[in-house]
Design a protein around this ligand. Structure first.
Ligand code: GDP
Ligand code: MG
Length: 367
């Protein structure tokens, strides 16, 4: 980036800092390790070392907000996260939802390949993020990303509001995401759905039928009661939000989770939030870059492209990005690589600066 220091450039190029200091000296620009270099000087020294460097401004580097002409925006599927206290039924609900709308013969053979799923209701789709809600929110918020449109807050009717229920409410509120309450386990003796409604009013979650803003649905994830109604409610909430995105542009979005796979290398589940992601695209995700080699949909089937609100597993990144990292497509793999390397460099420098300060003594000892 603009304003990089001698030490940063040395790191980026993978050459001894003393080489750069010497070259700067020969070019008539004596600088120390911690001094910033002008854009021209960075490019000149890099060129001198036989390397091509393109200096980006901070804005260019950090810019992930893109402008779309309203005329280019098309409706997109809502992206939903299920949150709630442990054992209140998050996993059971996602299981129940995943089996909705699936043909009989297929029912037994569903394998959930990636950390997200999609369910079709008529001609509409809902995307569910399966990563535990708290982790998703913490990771995404740490990076200023918003990937969830709607939170389903699940509360067991026999247990009521518990600490992680309150935590979930706080996360959703901080992110400005509407909450639909699924009052679960209504099949259980002793279940008291109205008591849950009552308790939640203390946290500002008030049912529409009581004059509030929140939709409530009574369900049993185990007995599969109320699941269709819950999904209909999600679509109603989505209609209110008028969710849209431009599919006809270079893709960008967020990493939901990523890992290193022995056979396949870096494997990342990403959510496309804008544009269309295609095989062969050059992308940057956080500090990783690469070219998309293959993509799998939530059922593990190979796909050639992914549209806004589609989660896909991608292969082809050179390293493993972090959950919450933004990704975007570049026209040139070179640009992707350069941005990823600059970020990696920045992270290393920041890490080093935490550990030790570069002093004049350390500079002279390297010369
Ligand atoms: P999570 O920790 O929120 O993911 O909760 P789980 O989905 O793992 O559910 C915790 C326990 O509650 C499991 O034993 C489930 O079988 C049970 N459970 C979940 N939903 C229901 C329900 O609707 N009715 C009953 N009776 N049990 C449920
Ligand atoms: Mg669970």
């Amino acid at each position: 980036p603009t304003g990089s220091t001698v030490a940063e450039l040395a790191e980026l190029l993978g050459v001894p800092a003393s080489d750069i200091v010497k070259r700067l000296f020969l070019l008539g620009n004596p600088l120390t390790l911690t001094q910033s270099m002008s854009d021209e000087l960075i490019e000149l020294v890099a060129d001198d070392l036989g390397r091509e460097v393109k200096v980006m401004t901070k804005e260019e580097e950090n810019s992930f907000t893109f402008y779309d002409d309203p005329a280019d925006l098309l409706p997109r599927a809502p992206v939903v996260t299920v949150m709630g206290h442990v054992d209140h039924g998050k996993t059971s609900l996602l299981d129940a939802i995943r089996h909705t709308g699936v043909a009989e013969g297929e029912a037994g053979g569903i394998t959930q390949a990636i950390g997200a799923s999609q369910v079709k209701i008529g001609d509409r789709t809902i995307t569910f993020i399966d990563t535990p809600g708290h982790e998703t929110f913490t990771a995404m918020r740490a990076r200023g990303a918003k990937v969830t449109d709607i939170v389903i807050l699940i509360v067991a009717a026999d247990d009521g509001v518990m600490p992680q229920t309150v935590e979930s409410i706080n996360h959703a509120k901080a992110a400005g995401v509407p909450i639909i309450v699924a009052v679960n386990k209504i099949d259980k003796p002793g279940a008291n759905p109205d008591k849950v409604r009552q308790e939640l009013t203390e946290y500002g979650i008030i049912p529409e039928e009581w004059g509030g803003q929140n939709m409530f649905v009574n369900i049993s994830a185990k007995k599969k009661i109320g699941i269709d109604e819950l999904l209909e409610t999600v679509l109603l909430q989505a209609d209110v939000l008028e969710l849209k995105a431009n599919p006809n542009t270079f893709a960008s979005g967020n990493v939901l989770e990523a890992k290193l796979d022995r056979g396949r290398g870096s494997v990342a589940t990403v959510l496309v939030t804008r544009g269309t992601l295609r095989i062969g695209d050059a992308i940057v995700a956080g500090m990783s870059y690469g070219r998309i080699r293959a993509m799998l949909d939530p059922k593990g089937r190979p796909v050639k492209e992914a549209k806004p609100s589609d989660p896909v597993e991608i292969l082809g990144l050179q390293s493993v990005p972090a959950a919450g990292d933004e990704f975007r497509v570049f026209t040139e793999e070179r640009e992707a690589r350069s941005l990823a390397e600059q970020r990696a460099l920045k992270a290393r420098i920041e890490e080093q600066n935490r550990v030790k300060h570069v002093t004049l003594e350390t500079l002279f000892s390297t010369m």
